[in-house]
Write a protein that binds this ligand. Structure first.
Ligand SMILES: Cc1cc2nc3c(=O)[nH]c(=O)nc-3n(C[C@H](O)[C@H](O)[C@H](O)COP(=O)(O)OP(=O)(O)OC[C@H]3O[C@@H](n4cnc5c(N)ncnc54)[C@H](O)[C@@H]3O)c2cc1C
Length: 387
């Protein structure tokens, strides 16, 4: 029996993982990505064991390991004094995860390219860049999509993997009004050679303050220091990864932090400062409509406090490919996928929210008492979870 033709909208981490899982199962897959080219975008990314298990099932774990560094510890410290509030300093800057059971950190762009290359090894023409979805409609026989570049495409089913501001989502369920959390993520990535004197405290350290936190960790063989600050503010509200910020804006927030934090900011490259206002959305009651369903941020946007946004999208990709293989009828497959994934992702959305609250302690010494951390989230295996 010929396998279904599957149209994936958005070739980010979720779309690329799904494409790889489907191609490995013999489906006819096309990925329509709005970006004009696939280039390394983004900053540091957390890969807990539940992400590593998906990479193992997709046959690419060794490649992921080679561009990851394992977390051998890590300290949450008082924002001014550097006193340890929770954890132990991580002295290993370059060690690789030895097994899939170890959490790693890497560069989002590097994982994205790795996934896209694995897709192209099976189907060199599967990725179509420069295709931004404009609209789609369902016919008796399938779906027809129209792109901003004027092209049209047909398939049996459509999977919207087009991220936080998903067009597929809007077409299926209308516009949703998100709620501003009052927190802005402040990001910079610094070549480590520029900031050697300010790296005391090991590879992974999170400075917890009353109205802001500042996490920094080393990636890519300790050549890059990824920094993500979370700051309470109502001064600025634009969502999205690529909004420019400045050294002055960072120092306004972090000027009274530990001298290592101030040193990092003062020595970061001029054009490396970004900010991203965090919005929250309630979990959806359903992700599927007719011949279309949603995956990753398009279905369940995650606040980044537990670093599970990419991982849940990657898990979705493997579970949905397994469902489509197991249930030849797409509506049964979508129902099984939602049953397997909606409760878990809603629980992680709530846990991420709770961690955001814990990080906003007026008294940083209370952080360790309030935070529940990742708990048992990392034990999930998308390759064997019931579907
Ligand atoms: C540029 C960028 C950088 C990021 N950097 C980080 C980071 O450093 N650390 C981190 O933890 N998280 C980062 N994220 C978020 C994280 O990658 C996502 O939360 C996670 O990967 C969820 O995966 P996803 O596939 O659902 O969404 P995404 O990874 O966001 O992928 C969505 C994809 O859909 C494409 N797209 C959007 N609209 C359309 C459309 N209408 N038609 C066709 N294609 C469309 C986008 O270009 C993108 O490639 C970043 C996201 C982006 C887009």
């Amino acid at each position: 029996m010929p396998k279904q033709r599957i149209m994936i909208i958005g070739g980010g981490l979720g779309g690329a993982s799904l494409a790889l899982g489907l191609l490995q199962r013999g489906f006819d897959v096309k990925v329509y990505e709005q970006a004009p080219a696939l280039v390394e975008q983004g900053a540091g990314l957390t890969l807990p064991p539940n992400a590593m298990r998906v990479f193992k099932a997709l046959g690419i774990w060794e490649r992921v390991r080679d561009i990851s560094v394992k977390q051998s510890g890590g300290a949450y410290v008082h924002y001014r004094t550097g006193e340890i509030l929770r954890g132990v300093p991580d002295g290993d800057w370059v060690g690789k995860p030895a097994t899939v059971e170890q959490l790693g950190h890497t560069h989002r762009g590097a994982i994205h390219l790795l996934l896209a290359n694995a897709v192209r090894e099976i189907a060199p023409d599967a990725f179509l860049v420069g295709h931004r979805l404009k609209s789609f409609e369902e016919t008796d026989a399938g779906v027809i999509a129209e792109f901003e570049n004027g092209e049209r495409a047909e398939a049996d089913i459509l999977i919207g993997c087009d991220g936080l501001h998903s067009v597929a989502h809007k077409i299926m369920f209308g516009e949703r009004q998100p709620r501003f959390t009052g927190v802005v993520a402040m990001r910079t990535m610094i070549p480590s050679e520029l900031v050697q004197p300010f790296l005391s405290g090991g590879r992974f350290i999170n400075y917890v303050g009353p109205t802001a936190s500042f996490l920094r960790y080393g990636i890519m063989n300790a050549t890059l220091i990824n920094c993500v600050g979370l700051a309470r503010t109502d001064k600025w509200r634009t969502e999205g990864w690529m909004n420019g910020s400045s050294r002055a804006e960072f120092l306004e927030i972090y000027g009274d932090f530990h001298p290592d934090v101030v040193g990092l900011i003062e020595n970061a490259p001029e054009n490396s400062f970004y900010k991203w206002a965090l919005y929250d959305r309630e979990p959806l009651a359903t992700w599927s409509k007719g011949r279309a369903t949603l995956l990753g941020d398009a279905a369940h946007p995650m606040l980044p406090f537990l670093g599970q946004g990419a991982t849940t999208a990657i898990e979705d990709g493997l579970v949905l490919s397994r469902c489509l293989e197991t249930y030849p009828d797409y509506s049964q497959a979508f129902a099984a996928y939602e049953t397997a994934r909606r409760e878990r992702t809603a629980m992680i959305m709530r846990a991420s929210r709770a961690e955001g609250e814990a990080l906003a302690q007026p008294d940083p010494y209370q952080y360790a008492n309030v935070s529940k951390g990742m708990g048992a989230l990392g034990q999930y295996d998308a390759a064997t979870a019931a579907i």
